[in-house]
Design a protein around this ligand. Structure first.
Ligand SMILES: Cc1cc2nc3c(=O)[nH]c(=O)nc-3n(C[C@H](O)[C@H](O)[C@H](O)COP(=O)(O)OP(=O)(O)OC[C@H]3O[C@@H](n4cnc5c(N)ncnc54)[C@H](O)[C@@H]3O)c2cc1C
Length: 388
C-alpha cells in the first residue's frame, strides 16, 4: 500500500464512494511505487518514462471515464482522483494520461465512425497505442479558430498541409488527432505514424515538462485515406469540447501537484533549524503553510462538486474554466511558496518543488491560458465578450 496518506483537512474523503476511494488508492500506490522513484532522473535527463504507458493501461487509467471499447467506465470523480494522484507524481505523466484519454480517445469516441472506434480505442486504452492531439499552430495558440492547416479532398484521399506546435506525445504517437480546415470548416483527421508527408520533431531546451514529450508536427502534402476523417467532427466546437474534457482533468491534477509541494514544505519546515528552532516555529512560515492548506482545501471541494455536476450531466464549460483557472493558479502559488520555504534547497531536484513549479508554468498556459479562462468567465457573467 501507499505510504502517502493524503491531505484532507475537511474530511472530503467521507464524501467519496467506496469505488472512488478504491481507484484513488490504486492511483496513489502507482504514483508512490512507479512514478516517484525515477521521476527526478527523467526530469533531469529530459526523458519521458515510456515504461509507465502499458502500466497505466493495465490499471485502466487511460480513457477511464469512457464506456465500452476496453475502457474502465468509471465515474468522473474517480477519474479526477486518478489524475490528481498522477500529477502528485509529475505534471508530465498526468499530461500523458490527459492527452491520451481526453484529447485522443474522447474525440474518436465522440466524433469517430464505428470502425475508427473499434480500431483505435481498445489499443489506446491498454497503452498498446499512443495518441496525440494537434490543434495549436506556430501562429495560432489562444486563437485556434484562425488556424492555417488545410485539408483538400483528392479522389479517395485527403491531402493535408500545415504545422502543429507544442504537441504533447507528438513523436511517440501512433495516431495524431489533427485539426484542419476542409472547405473552410474545422474537421478532425486521424493521421497515422508513417503516413507519407507526416513528420514529428521534438522540441528541446524546455525548462518545464521535461519528463514529457513535446513536438512539432509537420504535414507536407500528407495523404491520408478518406476513411480517416472523423465523420462527426464539425467546426471549432469539436476540438473545444475535447479541451473541456482535458481541462476537467487538469483542475483535479493541479491539486495533486499542490499537495506534493505542501507536504514537502511542511516536512522540510519541521526539520530545518535556523536561529536554534525549526523554521516551522516562525509565524511567517506558519502563515505560508496555512495559506497553502486553505487553498488546497478549497480546490479539493471545487473539484468534487465539479465531478458531481459532470456525473449528473449538468456541467457547463464555464464551470470547468473556473476550476482550471483557480486550481492551477493556486497550485502555482503553492509551489512558489514551497520553493521559498525550502530556501536554497528549493532549487535542486532532491526535493520535488522546483520540478512542480516549473511544470505548473506550462499548465498555467496550456488548455486555455489563465487569462483566456478569465475572459471566458467574464463573458459568461456579463454577457459581453472581451476576448476578441
Ligand atoms: C508543455 C505544453 C504542452 C502542450 N501540449 C499541447 C498539445 O498536446 N496539443 C495542442 O494543440 N497544444 C498544446 N500546447 C499548446 C497550448 O495549448 C498553447 O500554448 C496555448 O493555447 C497558448 O497558446 P500560445 O502559447 O500560442 O500563447 P498565445 O495565445 O500567443 O498567448 C500569449 C499571451 O497572450 C495572452 N492572450 C492571447 N489572447 C488574448 C486575449 N484575447 N486577451 C488577453 N490576453 C490574450 C495569453 O493569455 C498569453 O498570456 C501545449 C503547450 C505546452 C507549453
Amino acid at each position: 500500500m501507499s505510504g502517502f496518506t493524503g491531505v484532507d483537512y475537511y474530511e472530503v474523503e467521507g464524501l467519496l464512494s467506496e469505488e472512488e476511494r478504491m481507484m484513488r488508492d490504486l492511483a496513489r500506490a502507482f504514483t508512490d511505487e512507479q512514478i516517484l522513484p525515477g521521476i527526478a532522473r527523467h526530469f533531469r535527463e529530459g526523458t519521458f518514462p515510456t515504461g509507465l504507458v502499458r502500466k497505466l493501461g493495465e490499471l485502466g487509467f487511460l480513457g477511464a471515464n469512457l464506456q465500452g471499447y476496453g475502457c474502465a467506465g468509471i465515474n468522473n470523480v474517480a477519474y479526477g482522483l486518478i489524475l490528481q494522484e498522477l500529477e502528485r507524481g509529475d505534471s508530465g505523466v498526468r499530461s500523458f494520461a490527459s492527452v491520451q484519454g481526453s484529447l485522443v480517445m474522447y474525440p474518436i469516441y465522440t466524433f469517430g465512425s464505428e470502425a475508427q472506434k473499434q480500431r483505435w480505442l481498445p489499443r489506446l486504452a491498454t497503452g498498446e497505442a499512443v495518441g496525440c492531439f494537434g490543434l495549436t499552430e506556430p501562429d495560432f495558440g489562444s486563437d485556434p479558430g484562425n488556424m492555417a492547416a488545410k485539408a483538400v479532398r483528392v479522389g479517395s484521399e485527403y491531402v493535408l498541409n500545415g504545422t502543429k506546435l507544442w504537441i504533447t506525445n507528438g513523436s511517440i504517437a501512433d495516431v495524431a488527432v489533427v485539426w484542419a480546415k476542409l472547405d473552410g470548416v474545422i474537421r478532425g483527421f486521424l493521421v497515422e505514424k508513417g503516413m507519407p508527408g507526416f513528420t514529428a520533431r521534438d522540441i528541446h531546451g524546455k525548462h518545464s515538462m521535461r519528463a514529457s514529450v513535446t513536438s512539432e508536427l509537420s504535414f507536407q502534402d500528407c495523404r491520408i485515406p478518406a476513411d480517416n476523417l472523423l465523420p462527426k467532427s464539425e467546426g471549432l466546437r469539436s476540438p473545444l469540447s475535447c479541451l473541456n474534457q482535458a481541462r476537467y482533468g487538469i483542475a483535479w491534477g493541479a491539486v495533486g501537484a499542490a499537495v506534493a509541494c505542501y507536504q514537502a514544505a511542511l516536512t522540510y519546515s519541521r526539520q530545518r533549524i535556523q536561529f536554534g528552532k525549526p523554521i516551522a516555529s516562525f509565524q511567517l512560515v506558519q502563515q505560508k503553510l496555512v495559506h497553502m492548506l486553505t487553498e488546497i482545501t478549497k480546490a479539493q471541494l471545487l473539484c468534487l462538486q465539479l465531478g458531481r455536476l459532470k456525473d449528473a450531466g449538468r456541467l457547463r464549460h464555464t464551470q470547468v474554466s473556473l476550476a482550471k483557472r483557480n486550481n492551477v493558479a493556486a497550485a502555482l502559488e503553492i509551489a512558489r511558496l514551497a520553493r521559498d520555504i525550502h530556501g536554497a534547497s528549493g532549487i535542486v531536484d532532491e526535493y520535488p518543488v522546483i520540478r512542480h513549479l516549473l511544470n505548473l508554468e506550462s499548465v498555467f498556459t496550456y488548455e486555455g491560458t489563465h487569462d483566456i479562462h478569465t475572459l471566458i468567465l467574464g463573458r459568461d457573467i456579463t454577457g459581453i465578450s472581451a476576448l476578441e
